[in-house]
Design a protein around this ligand. Structure first.
Ligand SMILES: Nc1nc2c(c(=O)[nH]1)N[C@H]1C(S)=C(S)[C@@H](COP(=O)(O)O)O[C@H]1N2
Ligand SMILES: [Mo]
Length: 454
């Protein structure tokens, strides 16, 4: 069958200037996003790529990204692009469109989203219960019936026609499970402003747009193979069943969807139907969501309804306008599409927590990285003068956070800051600042957590 709302295939007109590739790409490195991107764009302009719902604006953006702008004078200049903007005026504790309760002591509501308070995680274990898991909704949580839900896998990257799967069929396939965090690319965005004095667009999260769960489901690879994956497939694009996303300036971008290179799709990606041993709750993708370990949250499409499998590269606003780095400190052409998450540490404390002077206190927190397992965590209580390794309470694993604790015996009363930093197994360490990008993605600097001793 054909999916009810397929993207309209359009083939961009090819001109001599645009068809001339200026970049070379190594097709043997599908996970090198810059090379991937250049190759995709070349294919596009050669008429080989399908513009899956991509606006002209996005084509312009891509032209800039691949370094083709200079060859096409009409493409120069500042290109407008949409921003995810937090709708103003939501009442505390009420996020329009989120189904689960959002108690004030657990969540901070930010527009259509709910951020977990890190201090509330102190009461949780290695896994984040659904009751405490942050929610990032572009629109509203749809209420889907698991019995009538279908997953349609379709596209010219299949050997045959489209293939439908019921939930019961997915559950009959070999199941697999893993613990993984899901973290929004914008987690920590507010710190660009409060700590670095910089303007960024988007939801001003502090550090709580992250949660970790044990996900059970089927490997996306198994489903793709059963659907008849063709040898020439290059991209897959899962799409959610939630409403079309409309930007603040009124542009209708369609349903949330983001292409995934086939190499990642066949690696460790899950189609999850359980979270922490229970059916997925409505807000987290019921009945089935994609889980892309270590990658930015947008890759983990919730309420997945169809997956396009394409023989030609795919684009959506979520890998062109959004989820790239733009602005000072970055190439004027923007970065390639963001993939892995960066690394962070957070104390399980409220902002401006109060500590009694002259007593020993137990500080707890968590650290994680999309690049590798956590190697070590250090804490400084003297503004970075000295750093002390802390005790880890979990075995560090790739794609997973670790809890840690340290004792602190403050003597001098007054305001101060607590610092924590992690180093992952790739050798990366959190630094004092993060290079600015206009949409405030991938904040990973050491956070100066304000507290008072009194
Ligand atoms: N269909 C759909 N999938 C989606 C989103 C969405 O709005 N719609 N938000 C994405 C983003 S930006 C993030 S960070 C994660 C958040 O997952 P959670 O709400 O389960 O915490 O879901 C991703 N998947
Ligand atoms: Mo996100």
């Amino acid at each position: 069958m054909t999916p009810s709302t397929p993207s309209t295939p359009t083939t961009p007109k090819t001109t001599g200037a645009l068809a001339t590739p200026t970049a070379t790409a190594n097709s043997a490195e599908p996970l090198d996003e810059a090379a991937y991107d250049r190759r995709r764009l070349r294919q596009w302009f050669a008429g080989e790529a399908r513009a899956a719902g991509v606006a002209r604006r996005d084509v312009l953006r891509l032209a800039g990204v691949a370094g083709l702008a200079a060859t096409v004078p009409t493409l120069g200049g500042g290109l407008p692009h949409a921003h995810a903007v937090t709708p103003p005026g939501s009442a505390p504790g009420i996020a329009p469109g989120i189904v689960k309760p959002l108690p004030d002591d657990v969540f901070t509501v930010r527009g259509t989203n709910a951020e977990t308070r890190f201090e509330a995680l102190a009461a949780t274990g290695h896994l984040t219960p659904a009751s405490h898991f942050f929610v990032r909704n572009h629109t509203t949580t749809p209420r889907l019936d698991a019995d009538t839900w279908r997953l349609t896998v379709w596209g010219d990257g299949l050997t045959g026609g489209a293939r439908e799967f019921t939930l019961a069929e997915l559950k009959r396939l070999p199941s697999t499970s893993r613990t993984a965090f899901v973290e929004c690319a914008g987690n920590g965005r507010g710190l660009f402003t409060t700590q670095q004095g910089q303007q960024v667009s988007g939801t001003a999260w502090t550090l709580g747009a992250v949660g970790q769960a044990h996900w059970r489901g089927v490997r996306l690879a198994d489903v793709l193979r059963r659907a008849g994956l063709a040898r020439h497939a290059v991209d897959v694009m899962p799409r959610g069943l939630d409403d079309d996303y409309i930007t603040a300036d009124g542009t209708r971008l369609g349903r949330v969807r983001r292409p995934l290179p086939l190499a990642k799709a066949l690696d460790d990606v899950l189609l999850a139907y359980e979270m922490n041993g229970e059916p997925l709750p409505p807000d987290h993708g019921h009945p089935v969501r994609v889980v892309v370990p270590s990658w930015i949250g947008i890759a983990s499409v919730k309420w997945v309804g169809d997956i396009e499998v394409s023989a030609t590269p795919l684009f959506s606003p979520w890998n062109t306008d959004f989820y790239r780095l733009f602005g000072p400190g970055h190439s004027p052409r923007g970065s390639g599409p963001l993939t892995r998450q960066t690394l962070k540490s957070a104390f399980e404390l409220p902002w401006n927590a109060h500590f009694e002077a002259g007593f020993r206190h137990r500080l707890t927190g968590r650290s994680w990285s999309g690049g590798g397992a956590v190697d070590r965590v250090e804490v400084s209580t003297d503004h970075g003068g000295t750093w002390h390794r802390v005790r880890l309470h979990d075995v560090p694993r790739h794609g997973s956070w670790v809890r840690w604790s340290a004792d602190w015996h403050p003597r001098a009363p007054g305001p101060t800051v607590l610092l924590a930093r992690t180093t992952d197994t790739t050798g990366r360490t959190q630094q004092a600042t993060t290079a600015h990008n206009t949409q405030g993605y991938l904040f990973d600097a050491v956070v100066r957590h304000p507290v008072t001793v009194g």
